[in-house]
Structure formats: structure tokens, C-alpha cells
Design a protein around this ligand. Sequence first.
Ligand code: 9YT
Length: 133
Amino acid sequence: MIVRDFNEIVKSDRDRVVSDAQWSSVRMLLADDGMGFSFHITFLEAGSEHTFEYKNHFESVYCMQGTGSITDLATGETHAIKPGVMYALDQHDRHVLRAEDELIMACCFNPPVTGTEVHREDGSYAAPEEIEA
Ligand code: 9YT
């Protein structure tokens, strides 16, 4: 069994805390935990807007706190994000995520991220085999 405390990770396991332009993330489960997915608690700054496209991953995201919106760039459809809403990028959907006030999200990635990823210019994370190479 793996048991981890978010507050302990933030205090003493800084390798699992990743940040980039206007977001930060605590990666509670990573590839080397052997679960087949990674699990992150992600904070998106108030007023920020992010264009992501996880070409190499499926991601599901559950909003725990904050409000914002997500636009599917393939269809132009926009959905409100608020506590209780989940979205799943089952088509590796390119999207714009907006935080009106700070969003706190629980995110799962399959395949799991390894721990070092930040977004590349195209909004994706590298595939695991690109990181190993
Ligand atoms: C909301 C969202 O797309 N989160 C992605 C995960 C986060 N940026 C991370 O841990 O890399």
C-alpha cells in the first residue's frame, strides 16, 4: 500500500512538486509507483489561460475548488468548470482551460507521467518512450 500526505510532499519531497507558467502541481503518484496512472493535485492561477493537448496521454480532471471553463478546440464548445465537474480527454482533445479564480484539480494521467514533464510548445507532454530514449 502506498500512503502519502500532500502536506508532507510539499514540505519535504520537492522533486514531486512541479511548476510552469501559471500552474503548479503536486505529483502524488508517478510512473515508478507502478500503478499504470499518475495522480496529481494541480493549482491553476486565477486569471490564467492554458492551451494543452496531451497527444501522448489520456487525462481526467476533477475540479475540487475554483471556477473556470474549458473549450474543446475541435468543436468550439465551452463547458463551465466548478467543484464537482470532471472532464476526460478521451480523444487527446486540444483544449483551452481558463481559471477565473484559482482552480484546484485532481488529475490522472495514463500512461503515468514520470515526474519531469512540463508542457512542450505544442501543449503536450513527451511520451514515456521519448523520455527513456
Ligand atoms: C489541469 C491539468 O491539465 N493538469 C495537468 C497536470 C499538471 N499540469 C501536471 O501535473 O503536470
